[in-house]
Design a protein around this ligand. Structure first.
Ligand SMILES: NC(=O)C1=CN([C@@H]2O[C@H](COP(=O)(O)OP(=O)(O)OC[C@H]3O[C@@H](n4cnc5c(N)ncnc54)[C@H](O)[C@@H]3O)[C@@H](O)[C@H]2O)C=CC1
Length: 481
């Protein structure tokens, strides 16, 4: 199977190559086959990407917002028409089952582009009457924004960053994860086909060093990163000397709390979605499942029965609903946590084995204690920790006792309790009687060490624009001199 693009980078409206850059091998996680060979961006490629973005941004920002919206909507139509082909490429890039990539990845990206295309023409300023004089505000784009992506939802991440950035008149230089570089190139191609001017959206490939250049180059006004907490700290620090705006979508260890009055069927379904979808490689996963002691055994029984029905296998087979982990390194890391959990005394309920072909069985550990490694560290694999609790105050305190604050969920039929608990949880994105649903209408983002800023919803506009205050003097100037 081959998925070799025309060239490594997409800059100023076309594919470009510079073979002097370090080689990036793209591997299909299911077979281990190398499906494409790319090169990291050299200084010459970076220079071309940034200068073309600086030039193109002015032209793009000068268009009427409704016109930008119309162009982005053409990209939405192209993505939807080509969803099958794009989903197959996403499966090759990530190893995620086609059953998922057909409905989750590019479709969510298209939703985001459609939402922000529609919002473009609705953004307005304010006027402040001052007694004769008045003031008004202009909402302006930041300029050229740098985007840096993670490997778990590569095309969705590319779209989620491009949509609010481009709709508000910014240009973007995007660096996908070196593990999954293919989808963003397609997005760049589609933008050109839709009529986005050359240079407005550029894709450069590379490892961390290329991302670091986006964080430090003074011509880039903002950096939006989706990645791990340690990388986020580095990028935030690198952006500081130029006071760049940042959006940081980082890791988590999110709690999912199941009270004794919850629908066990729904809570089990949500816990499975929040731990096993995309083989557990989702930042907002509810990996600490707190279950009330009185329903714990019933919950675990149903969970084990339903987990046994998960079908792992060839990701291209529509019957498969669980794929391999993305890389050998990730597989080994997750396998290491299985051993750690057993050594630290967690009770294995189901799964627990790392199989051939980078597959790790969907795994549930019960009787997990708050200080065990699997309860404290982000695993980014299909390993669920079930912890017992007895009271609401106790579970809220334990749920919040972490450096992370990305997401949280509550299952209960008591509505007053649901809203009270959610209000007390330290997380940027929360769900009541649901988990991991991220519609574009709702803000998505973190608190605490999980990062800063919001993607999706009207709030993402704040992340890609700034407000200029304009004072208009209509009275004679009152001066003491
Ligand atoms: N909050 C969110 O929305 C999401 C967060 N994530 C998080 O991402 C992580 C997994 O993704 P990975 O790709 O392994 O993360 P990572 O932090 O290793 O890499 C993320 C990106 O940053 C780049 N990078 C690495 N070092 C850099 C540096 N010094 N300067 C600039 N860029 C640099 C990488 O090349 C890659 O493109 C997990 O922690 C996960 O929780 C993943 C998806 C969504």
């Amino acid at each position: 199977m081959k998925a070799q693009p025309k060239a490594s980078h997409f800059v100023d409206g076309d594919y470009i190559e510079d073979t002097a850059g370090e080689v990036i091998e793209v591997t299909y996680a299911y077979t281990g086959e190398v499906i494409a060979k790319l090169h990291a961006a050299t200084p010459a490629v970076m220079e071309k990407a940034i200068t073309s973005a600086v030039r193109a941004q002015k032209e793009w920002a000068a268009l009427a917002p409704a016109e930008r919206g119309r162009i982005l909507n053409r990209a939405v139509a192209i993505i939807r028409a080509r969803n099958d082909e794009l989903a197959a490429l996403e499966t090759l890039d990530t190893g995620k089952p086609l059953q998922e990539t057909l409905v989750a990845d590019w479709p969510s990206g298209a939703d985001s582009l459609e939402y922000f295309a529609g919002l473009a023409a609705t953004l307005t300023g304010e006027t402040m009457p001052l007694g004769g004089d008045f003031a008004y505000t202009l909402r302006e784009p930041l300029g050229v924004c740098g985007g840096i992506g993670a490997w778990n939802y590569p095309s969705q991440i590319a779209c989620w960053k491009a949509a609010p950035a481009l709709s508000t008149g910014n240009a973007m230089v995007f660096k996908p994860s070196e593990v999954t570089p293919l989808g963003a190139l397609k997005l760049a191609e589609i933008f050109i086909e839709a009529g986005v001017p050359a240079g407005v959206y550029n894709v450069v490939q590379g490892f961390g060093a290329v991302g670091a250049q986006l964080a430090t180059d003074p011509r880039i006004a903002k950096v939006s990163l989706t990645g791990s907490v340690p990388t986020g700290a580095k990028v935030y620090a690198a952006a500081a000397p130029h006071m760049k705006h940042v959006t940081m979508e980082l890791g988590g260890k999110s709690p999912l709390i199941v009270f004794e009055d919850a629908s066990i069927k729904d809570a089990v379904g949500a816990a499975m979605l929040g731990n096993f979808y995309s083989s557990g490689q989702i930042c907002s996963n509810g990996t600490r499942v707190f279950v009330h002691k009185s329903i714990k055994e019933q919950f675990l029984k149903e969970l084990a029965e339903r987990t046994a029905k998960i079908r792992m296998g060839d990701p291209m087979d529509m019957a498969t609903d669980f794929g391999p982990l993305i890389t050998k390194r990730q597989y080994e890391q997750v396998a290491g946590y299985l051993e750690k959990a057993k050594a630290e005394g967690a009770r294995l309920v189901c799964g627990g084995t790392a199989l051939d072909g980078q597959f790790v069985e969907p795994t549930v550990f019960a009787d997990v204690k708050d200080d065990m490694s699997i309860a404290c560290e982000e695993i980014f694999g299909p390993v669920m920790s079930v912890l017992d609790f007895e009271t609401e105050d106790e579970v809220v305190a334990r749920a919040n006792d972490t450096q992370f604050g990305l997401a949280a969920g509550v299952f209960t039929r008591d509505l007053a309790r649901a809203h009270r608990v959610v209000a007390n949880l330290e997380a940027g994105t929360t769900w009541i009687n649901a988990y991991n649903l991220t519609p574009v209408e709702m803000p998505f983002g973190p608190v605490k060490a999980s990062g800063f800023g919001r993607e999706n919803s009207r709030h993402a506009i704040e992340a890609y624009t700034q407000v200029k205050g304009v004072y208009v003097g209509l009275n004679p100037v009152d001066s003491p001199w």
